[in-house]
Design a protein around this ligand. Sequence first.
Ligand SMILES: NC(=O)c1ccc[n+]([C@@H]2O[C@H](COP(=O)([O-])OP(=O)(O)OC[C@H]3O[C@@H](n4cnc5c(N)ncnc54)[C@H](O)[C@@H]3O)[C@@H](O)[C@H]2O)c1
Length: 399
Amino acid sequence: MNNASFTAPLIRGAAIQKAGKPWTVRFLGKEAPSSQSAVRIVIDTDDEKTAAEIVHKAFDTVKEGGKNAIPAIVEAVYKEENAFFITAPDMSSLKAAESGTAASWPIDNAEPAKTGNAVCPSCRADVVKNKVALVTGGAQGFGEEIVRGLINQGAVVCIADLNIEGAEKLASTLNTEQGKEVAFAVKVNVADEESVREMVETIALTAGGLDLCVSNAGVLRASSILEQDIASFRFVTDINYTAFAIVSKHCANLMKRQNAACPSWTSDIIQINSKSGLEGSNKNGAYAGGKFGSIGLVESFALELVSYGIKVNAVCPGNFFDGPLWSDPEKGLFVQYLKTGKVPGAKTVQDVKAFYEAKVPMNRGCSGPDVLKAVLYLVEQVYETGQALPVTGGQVMLH
Ligand SMILES: NC(=O)c1ccc[n+]([C@@H]2O[C@H](COP(=O)([O-])OP(=O)(O)OC[C@H]3O[C@@H](n4cnc5c(N)ncnc54)[C@H](O)[C@@H]3O)[C@@H](O)[C@H]2O)c1
């Protein structure tokens, strides 16, 4: 682990504790910025709790205009290596701190961060405001919808995808649309632990920590068990099941360090599962098996990680008929099913779509906003963990 990614979440957690709201911390490098002096913190322990106390003590010495304040520039010395960080209440204020306009941020409300951590606890609209979120597989489909939704709600989002061109293009479009930095792209293969470790390190160095991990990347290769190539079964299981564990492992470690400095701060790991994680899927066993298994992981991780303020839940959407998986005009499932005659009597793509829509009591497919609402609910609801929340228009009901 890069030494700066050990100290960044401790600094962010201490700032959140002091401010009672999300905070942004960015690694500047090993050289002091010329603009202003830094608050120096020497961390001479590997123990996260003890290290967090050292950071709190240093923060307690910072005052501005008679008020408690959070330093804008921090120099952390850990394992004899120094690292400079810039801190600000949100991404857009980082520049003010870097240019020397703000030496420290006075805190008006000295109340410590509350459990529930909504900026406005009674108001779902603010539940992710200025928080740091990760969406894997965020370049397209449900992932893109969740990225856009979280950004509209005020979050800063790391768009992580194997398709880095798509992720970068989306991040740049959203930054331009919003007129400020709201997204950054990272290349990741969620099935490769080293790649996931690097992704989480980039998040720690860019934003200081993580409040919400949406583990969304997933793949589907449907096949009869009588014929399925086992390499393809393993591929689906690797990404839909094992990769969820890899992503949870590295994100939870970052969240745990942040929580050491702010124990009342909760964070969330949410897997985008599927209705096929709740009931079997004909000739689609690898997919359904990986999704069912992931619910076992959700429950088990939830039991363990609750001690660190980390909730772990799943959202189980129904079919996203308007997304690329179903509607892509060349490779989409509607075109494939029309060509293979899977839907008897269907003459057009619309006929195939209508056939599948009729299976849903609410007579339509699941949409991005449907899934986003479920994600925001799970973040807002601090008294729930280890659950799988169906969003299927009534197609799958809990037994
Ligand atoms: N589309 C549906 O009807 C539907 C229904 C229920 C659940 N889901 C679930 O929603 C999630 C998203 O599905 P979608 O249909 O939007 O997918 P999609 O195929 O449209 O997009 C998936 C994204 O994940 C990325 N990705 C794939 N493998 C990756 C890897 N190894 N590492 C990093 N990124 C990777 C792809 O590049 C792509 O951008 C999946 O977990 C899926 O199981 C989808």
